[in-house]
Design a protein around this ligand. Structure first.
Ligand SMILES: C[S@@+](CC[C@H](N)C(=O)[O-])C[C@H]1O[C@@H](n2cnc3c(N)ncnc32)[C@H](O)[C@@H]1O
Length: 209
C-alpha cells in the first residue's frame, strides 16, 4: 500500500482524538519506542471487535496503552481488556494514560513475561486475542490463543508483514522466522480460518472453529 493510500484511509476512518494524540506525543517525549499500532489498525481492531460483540479481550504487548484504548472504546460498558506487558515503565505509562482516558475500569495491565502470564490464564475464555509483543515466539502465542479463545473468537496479530520483509527471502532473523511460521499456521491450520491484511504493518486475523 502506498503512503498516500494509508494516509487517506487513516484520515477518513481513524482520526485521533485529543486523548490518543496526547498519548502518542507524550510517549515520544518519554522515550517509548514509536511502535504503537497506526490509527487505521486501531480502527480495524474496533471494527473486528464490534463484529463479534467482543466483551473480553486479551492483548499481548501493551506499550503505552494506545491500542488497548482503541479497542476498549469499541466494546461498550461491559467490555474488559487484559493486557500483558513485560516492561514496568511501559506498564506504568499505560496505566496513567488509560486512567486519563477514563478506561481504568475496563483495561487491566498485568506486568510480566507473556509466556509466564499466559500459563496462569488456563481455564479463562476470551472473545479475541491481540498479539503485539515479541515476534520470535509468535508460533507459541498462536497455540496459546487457540487454547484461550472461544469458538468463533478472533486471533489478531500485528506486524505480520514487517515492512515488507516477511515475504522477501533475502531477509532472515528469529523474529521474521517467528512471523513466517505464524502466518503459515494461520493459513493452513484447520482449527482457524485466517488471512493477513495489508493494513498498517500487516494485520493477521483468524476466526477460530
Ligand atoms: C509493539 S509494542 C505494543 C504496542 C501496543 N499494542 C500498541 O499498539 O499500543 C510491544 C510491547 O510488547 C512488550 N513485550 C515484548 N516482549 C514481551 C513479552 N515477552 N511479554 C510481554 N510483553 C512483551 C514490549 O515491552 C512492548 O511494550
Amino acid at each position: 500500500m502506498t503512503d498516500r493510500i494509508a494516509e487517506y484511509i487513516a484520515e477518513l476512518f481513524a482520526p485521533e482524538d485529543d486523548v490518543l494524540r496526547a498519548l502518542r506525543e507524550e510517549a515520544d517525549r518519554s522515550g517509548l519506542p514509536p511502535i504503537s499500532v497506526p490509527p487505521e489498525t486501531g480502527r480495524l481492531l474496533q471494527m473486528l471487535l464490534r463484529a463479534i460483540g467482543a466483551r473480553r479481550v486479551l492483548e499481548v504487548g501493551t506499550l503505552g496503552g494506545y491500542s488497548a484504548i482503541w479497542m476498549a472504546r469499541a466494546m461498550g460498558a461491559e467490555g474488559r481488556i487484559l493486557s500483558l506487558e513485560i516492561n514496568p515503565e511501559h506498564a506504568a505509562f499505560a496505566r496513567r494514560h488509560i486512567a486519563r482516558a477514563g478506561l481504568a475500569h475496563a483495561i487491566e495491565v498485568r506486568e510480566g513475561a507473556a509466556l509466564q502470564l499466559l500459563a496462569g490464564l488456563v481455564g479463562e475464555r476470551f472473545d479475541a486475542v491481540f498479539l503485539d509483543a515479541d515476534k520470535a515466539p509468535l508460533p507459541t502465542y498462536f497455540e496459546w490463543a487457540l487454547r484461550l479463545l472461544r469458538p468463533g473468537g478472533l486471533m489478531i496479530a500485528d506486524n505480520t508483514l514487517r515492512s515488507g520483509r516477511v515475504p522477501d527471502p533475502a531477509f532472515d532473523d528469529p523474529e521474521l522466522r517467528g512471523i513466517r511460521t505464524f502466518n503459515r499456521k494461520l493459513a493452513t491450520d484447520p482449527r482457524v480460518t485466517g488471512i493477513v491484511l495489508p493494513i498498517g504493518d500487516g494485520v493477521a486475523v483468524g476466526v477460530v472453529g
